[in-house]
Design a protein. Structure first.
Length: 313
């Protein structure tokens, strides 16, 4: 490359003291290799974003930044969440290309080379897509695949089997800044940018140390966040359920009139209790969905900052 671009690798980190040094060494080696091959500029770097860790993660980042000219750091004032930490790195650091990758490096960092080459071919967005999920357990694999299918069913545009491992050009990041949402779901936001994109495929690796920061509870919460941030289908489902219950009630009314006409009007305790609980459950379900959307509106209208930076290296 005659004019290689500056690359910033953004790495959100939350309680990653067990794996951070090894991940930093791996990424620095990769960065040096890309610089030597003149695929990226010599002033490229890695930025670790400490998302309010309770362990020694920030202290390790400070040490690493002193030992290597390629490492920078951002410390958030508290735990804002993975998506906000990722935005902090993208919005606060200056570069021509940005690659986001998790600190555990289960996503294959070697694919970054292919991402850069694809960008040189004219792509503003390059998605890292998992070819296989062999290292995931059955439950996690099943729920993850179900998540993408559910998102598609709800009309949310995502890239199948893509997490938050991607390359963005500076132009794409500037476009992303125009989305002011507080309820963040970057897997849905990035495709809305609309710039020319492509995908590179890789096999997900096993985690070297520590434990996953996305247990089943967080995965379900993340899925619900994505659905309610980009789709109104749950509200439509509540409406359909309301019409359906009206139809069922009308059928029951006809049955009651028929039973009264033929003298079969004995009171039935079981049917009465079932009807009360069933209708009450449907009502609470629909109110709950409406409440979720109202809660999101409440968060958005306050315009609170998506992240607050305490310190930058």
């Amino acid at each position: 490359m005659e004019n290689p671009k500056q690359l910033a690798i953004i790495v959100p980190a939350y309680n990653e003291e067990e794996i951070l040094k090894q991940s930093a060494k791996t990424l620095v080696d990769l960065l040096q290799s890309l610089i030597e091959d003149k695929l990226i500029a010599a002033n490229s770097y890695i930025c670790f974003v400490n998302d309010g860790s309770r362990d020694q993660t920030w202290q390790i980042i400070e040490e690493l930044s002193q030992e290597s000219k390629y490492i920078k750091g951002i410390k958030l004032a508290r735990n804002f969440g993975h998506q906000s930490a990722l935005l902090a790195g993208l919005f606060e650091m200056q570069a021509e290309l940005y690659v986001s990758i998790d600190a555990d490096l289960q996503d294959d960092e070697k694919v970054i080379r292919e991402m850069v080459l694809q960008n040189n071919g004219g792509f503003d967005v390059v998605y890292g897509v998992r070819a296989k999920r062999e290292v995931d357990g059955f439950l996690k694999r099943a729920t993850a695949l179900g998540f993408y299918k559910l998102m598609a069913l709800m009309g949310v545009q995502t890239v199948y089997n893509h997490a938050d491992f991607r390359l963005l050009s500076n132009r794409a990041v500037e476009a992303l800044k125009q989305f002011p949402e507080t309820n963040l779901f970057l897997r849905g936001l990035v495709p809305l940018i609309g710039f020319v994109s492509t995908s590179v495929f890789y096999n997900r690796k096993a985690r070297l140390a520590g434990e996953t920061k996305y247990p089943l509870r967080k995965m379900l919460s993340f899925a619900w966040e994505g659905i309610t941030s980009f789709s109104v289908q749950p509200l439509k489902i509540a409406t359909v359920m309301g019409f359906l219950m009206c139809f069922v009630s009308f059928i029951l009314l006809l049955y009651s009139l028929w039973a009264h006409y033929y003298g079969h009007t004995e009171s039935g305790w079981t049917s009465l209790i079932f009807s009360i609980y069933f209708l009450g459950g449907v009502q609470l379900f629909c109110i709950g969905i409406i409440g979720e959307y109202m809660g999101k509106v409440y968060k958005e209208v306050k315009h609170r900052p998506r992240f607050i930076i305490e310190k930058k290296l």
